[in-house]
Write a protein that binds this ligand. Structure first.
Ligand code: ATP
Length: 235
């Protein structure tokens, strides 16, 4: 599905990624863990075409996409939910979903995809006429994901979905992500500082440090790894 091969990336002259390689298969949830500044956001921005100074190859279903711009990559099926939940606060939940999907699909398909999002996140369905700003932080994150999913992407990439949310909301959100990936066979690449939650829903994971992948394993094995436990799971 998605294959990042030996990708390096730069901000001006500062190298932020060093020969990073990761793979995500169809139907998998893959987590990228790492401390602040490890390069997680940079990796996602490079995949979705937002960061242009890079080397290496990025393949989506076998097609090289690393030279394409963000619009084309998005149309090809990579849906990026950035940090900070960019929703339109003055639009309703329903309108936010329409805006999210309308560049990719229209008419009956858009309606079907919106119904699918509402079935994934029933909390959004109950609030479809509510304005974006009036949603809780967890609901706004669900809406941001709903906007990404309404185009029926091949892969959704999530940047720190837990950021700024209370622990109880984070648990609820990750339960919703887990339920939806199981019922709808979603393919997800998720970047998280909350390693505990990320490893609970992921099949596999990578650990990044200083712009490099330093560990790659199943989520279960990473959860048992003493280095991961000490550095990211509180011992
Ligand atoms: P965080 O969880 O804090 O977002 P991260 O793992 O996502 O951390 P990145 O944001 O990818 O890390 O940052 C990787 C490195 O690139 C860091 O050293 C950071 O200071 C640097 N960096 C990030 N954005 C820029 C930028 N716009 N210009 C210059 N350097 C940047």
């Amino acid at each position: 599905m998605l294959s990042v091969r030996s990708v390096s990336a730069w901000y001006d002259d500062v190298q932020a990624l060093h020969e990073v390689s990761i793979d995500v298969e169809k139907g998998e949830v893959v987590a990228v863990l790492g401390a602040n500044g490890a390069g997680k956001t940079t990796l996602l921005r490079t995949i979705s075409g937002l960061l242009r100074k890079h080397t290496g190859e990025i393949l989506l279903d076998g097609t090289r996409i690393e030279r394409f711009g963000p619009e084309r990559i998005s149309v090809m099926g990579v849906s990026h939910v950035p940090q900070g939940r960019r929703i339109f606060p003055g639009l309703t939940v329903n309108e936010n979903l329409i805006v999210g999907g309308v560049e990719h699909v229209s008419g009956k398909v858009l309606e079907e995809n919106m119904d699918k999002v509402y079935s994934l996140f029933p909390q959004l369905a109950e609030r479809r006429r509510q304005l974006g700003w009036s949603l809780s932080g967890g609901e706004q994150q669900m809406l941001a994901m709903g906007r990404a999913l309404v185009s029926d992407p091949k892969i959704m990439i999530l940047d720190e979905p837990s950021l700024g949310l209370a622990p109880v909301v984070v648990r609820e959100l990750f339960r919703a992500i887990d339920d939806s990936r199981r019922t709808h066979n979603l393919t997800i690449l998720v970047v998280e500082q909350n390693a505990h939650m990320a490893l609970q829903i992921a099949d596999r994971g990578y650990v990044m440090e200083s712009g490099r992948v330093v560990l790659a394993d199943t989520a279960a094995a990473l959860g048992q790894n003493p280095l991961v436990r000490e550095a990211y799971l509180g011992g």
